[in-house]
Design a protein around this ligand. Sequence first.
Ligand code: PLP
Length: 849
Amino acid sequence: MANIRFKKFYVRPAFPDNLNPLLELASNIWTTWDTSAYRLFLRIDPKLFREENHNPTSIIRNISENRIRELSNSAGFVKELETVYRKFKEYLSFEGQYMKEYEKKLNVSEDFKIAYFSMEYGLHESLPIYSGGLGILSGDHLKGASDLGLPLYGFGLLYKLGYFNQRINLEGMQEEIYEVNNWYTKPVHKLLNEDGSEMIFKILLGNETCYIQPWCINVGKIPLYLMDTNLILNKDKFRHITDYLYVTDREMRLLQELVIAYGSAELMKQLKIVPTIYHLNEGHSAFLILKRLEDLINEHKYSYEEAVELIHSSTVFTTHTPVPAGNERFSNDLVEPYLKDHCQAFGKSFNEIKQLAAEQDRENQFSLSVLAIRFSNYINGVSKLHSEVSKEMWSSIYPGVTKQEMPIHGITNGVHIQTWLGPQLVELFDRYVGTGYQHLAEEKSVWENVYSIPDTEIWEAHMQRKQQLISYINKRLEKSLIYKNDLKLFHQGRSLVLDASHLLIGFARRFAPYKRANLILRNPERLLKLLNHPTHPVQFVFAGKAHPADDKGKELIKKIIEFAREHDVQDKFIFLEDYNIDLARHLVQGVDVWLNNPIKPLEASGTSGMKAGMNGVLNLSVLDGWWPECYDGENGWALEAGENIQDQELRDRMEAEELYYMLENEIAPLYYTRNKNGYPSVWISKMINSIYSVGRGFNMHRMLREYVNDFYLPGSLYSKILNQDNQKCLLELVALKDTLTKSWNDVRISDLKLDLHENAIVLSGQKIPVTATAFLNGLDDDLLECEIYYKYDDKFAIASLRKTRTEGEFTIFEGNIKIIGSGIQYFNARLKPRPYLFRDFPHLVKWYY
Ligand SMILES: *Cc1c(COP(=O)(O)O)cnc(C)c1O
């Protein structure tokens, strides 16, 4: 027997008619975020459901025939199934009031379509095709888009092994375990051709053919298309392209990013999806820009210049990385063989194209972020603060543009409420807030109902979540080598770690060094005092994976484990292995405080704090990422001792001091201050403030509204207008750009006069006349704006000047600046082209000085 190979096939149990809706429910991710559907599947077989990672498809595949018969004969179950199924059908047919409203306004309805590209999607714990925050955001983006009825299509890769499972060995070191995904038991299906055969298509990588098989995940109403190269048809190297998420080998990574770009484009053709918006979530998918150039020029016969404008008008780029090193780039030598032919196909050499992806100070590198920025009219960072940091980082791409005016917006991340809100709170929301919160993203009147939930009910709901978290942690620890070995804690099946009546602090995120998981370890004695305090004890739970190549991150994990071992506090200073969505959900719903102490400004947004905050878990966080936009003094705590300190050692020390101080003097005392009924009433009022402010301001629907209003709709409208009437506007735009570019070199302001005496005292409120003399080099003055840029305090104002006359070859512009405030102030005059429709020309600006 040993040497005989068998072909494997799966047999799904047969379902009687009255259970058939289960099959449809199990094949949609909606089932994992809707509380009633989740309960229904739990009821089928609670033990199996938990063992199978709450994966509905797996239950359907593995359920016994006996159990099927029982359920089919249980009137109660069948009734519940009918109710859930009806809810599901209603959900699918709900148009989304939000979209209807906007379609009317902007009339972009018929062809409005968004294609969304991301390397990772965090949808559910049973689908390990995500590593961290970026993936969770993409997953939540699709779920929110489904709720709102946005016409969005997701594209990504289906990884055979995905991201690793984390095990901690007896030395406290992380070990990475990769499991081959068994797609048969997951809510994902192969795409079929019209004749029922499996869809397979090909693309060129270099000069070799790579075959791709597309799969699909139903995320509510949104299809997520994932590409797989693990096919016998492919040569060995290509077969492994989609093995691992964030593979470290540079060429493999390049191949992945070529597949997501060239593969998605080909797949869209197969599926006849013609998007009006292409949303690149991070630079990984930016090769798509080159593919679009190729197609627009070769298949649709646009000129290169026209194609550039069409792509520019319809591309959204979201950057997530506040440090230059974190951005995706490849050496030109590696990229060239793969791109050369593609570039030639649209009439450019690789050398010309690589200039568009070139970064200052990094010669020979092909930067995907730079390429994306150059070709996108709609660019954003993921919080207000992060957009400012991004402006700084990319300022060399916009040499003549002031920082404030750089076209990088801040659209702060959000999270999908139904996925992250604990079931007890869902119930309270349904009863006291009404279901409106699911659709009316930030409606004040809806969210204010949160304040009508009685304190005691909030607290009871929280305590239930906390108890459940603690029993969940104890169960998980039973599988942990270290805990079994060290403590023999679990011998009688008793849960022995953590006490629900003690304050519990959670810290879970990737173990990247900048997140400083070890900050709390700086002063072991002070930490031990907190842990062993006789009346105000504090407990900690940590979780998180370090990237397999990040030895520093792994060292941090080890330190935490060693500290607990050494000081015999393993029952209240805990590291939980294998951080994933399931563990995240339990933690953000069940701890009391969510600790976040990154080195500012390296946390671009952060979303785990949002999940915690809307569950009434109070944030204790450095004012980084999203937190400065939310923190109001009454809804959590801010760590700010490190602000503006450059010296890293000093900063760590100051922030650690502050952290101990707050825990000792504010947070623990407040937690243990109880009213006569035993409730911590001031704490609860902070919880309610947190639920209100985070729920209202940082939900996914608020975020999507901003993308729709600021990017998706204007972009769709813009590209539609460019194409109308035989591309009239497109031709005009290209001609305009050409005229401007040709003449621009010699355009200048030759003189600027302010009606102001040397050393004169200027009073606030005064209006000062200005005259600028400009040489327009033959350009029509209608095409240009001449203006004064005026800077006071940290603000600026623009005063536009009017053309009053010409003097020989010079054009005279005149106007006034109105003086605001006092102190040293600055101004300068500039000439720039007027925007054309939604198009600015940031590379064409001439300043006087
Ligand atoms: C939310 C989440 C993250 C992102 O959290 P950050 O605050 O950005 O660190 C990472 N991993 C998982 C599993 C999550 O649920």
